[in-house]
Ligand binder design. Structure first.
Ligand SMILES: [Zn+2]
Length: 269
């Protein structure tokens, strides 16, 4: 009988030799990590539902203003303001869900119209949620003067707030995401701060000096968490040029990271 042959096992995931159990664990982990950031669809549906509710509130605000409906229990003026506030709340939450969906599944730059639309939906919906109301009030000569002044002022302020919060200030494209995932295969780090926009490849990055807690994950997870850019200092240290970075002046970069690291160091004598 032939002797049982010992095989060398190489993990399809890691490409390195390991035990069968280890390889299985690595492959399973990779399989589970295939969609580590989940699906964008629930966020898009949620955004659309909330935007429709917002427009519904705008319609109610119009109907109340022109006396088509009256809820009786509060003055008409407050009914109008209340519907405008609800309009704004639904709009803002919808816009945030939409932006989250864009981080999970960014639009491709190749389709320019869709790319523009996907990144500007929050702004477009803001206009739809307040401009018709403003126009209707301004063009109607029979509307109560006080209602008119308060309504237009409120809607104008909300238009600005909704626009600022709804606009995508930090857009990312499918191509940028792909490039980042190709260039950085290891784990990255980012801070929990509310306005954070970058992720780092080095834990000792000078930009992280004052941060205590860091989140560690893949580039895909970082982008889903709205960290759409690689830190400029880390990019310089790693000599990465294909990934979108935050904008830091060349002077500051030179100061902090004096030179691009050599790929091969001279062996010690
Ligand atoms: Zn950094």
């Amino acid at each position: 009988m032939a002797e049982k042959k010992e095989h060398k096992i190489v993990s399809a995931t890691t490409g390195s030799q390991m035990s069968k159990e280890e390889a299985a664990a690595a492959n399973l982990a990779a399989k589970q990590a295939a969609a580590p950031v989940g699906s964008s669809t629930p966020y898009r549906i949620g955004a659309i539902v909330l935007w429709l509710l917002a427009i519904g509130c705008e319609v109610l605000a119009v109907l109340v203003t022109f006396g088509k409906i009256d809820l009786k229990f509060i003055p008409t003026l407050w009914q109008m303001v209340a519907f405008l506030v609800l309009d704004l709340i639904c709009l803002i939450i919808g816009s945030q869900l939409w932006k989250k969906a864009n981080r999970i599944k960014p639009a491709s730059e190749k389709n320019k119209a869709k790319f523009w639309l996907w990144n500007n939906m929050g702004l477009i919906m803001t206009i739809l949620c307040f401009v018709p109301f403003i126009v209707l009030l301004l063009t109607n000569k029979n509307a109560d003067k006080k209602m008119k002044v308060v309504g237009v002022a409120c809607a104008a302020i909300m238009l600005i707030i909704g626009g600022l919060l709804g606009y995508d200030w930090n857009p990312v494209s499918a191509e940028q995401k792909e490039a980042a995932m190709a260039a950085i295969t290891g784990e990255v780090l980012w801070t929990n701060s509310l306005g954070g926009k970058v992720y780092h490849t080095h834990e000792d990055c000078q930009a992280l000096n004052r941060t205590e807690e860091l989140v560690q994950g893949s580039v895909e997870q970082a982008i889903a968490a709205n960290r759409t850019r690689l830190c400029s200092f880390c990019a310089r240290r790693d000599a990465i040029t294909t990934v979108a970075t935050d904008e830091v002046s060349e002077e500051l970069l030179e100061q902090v990271v004096p030179e691009v690291p050599e790929t091969a160091q001279e062996p010690a004598a």
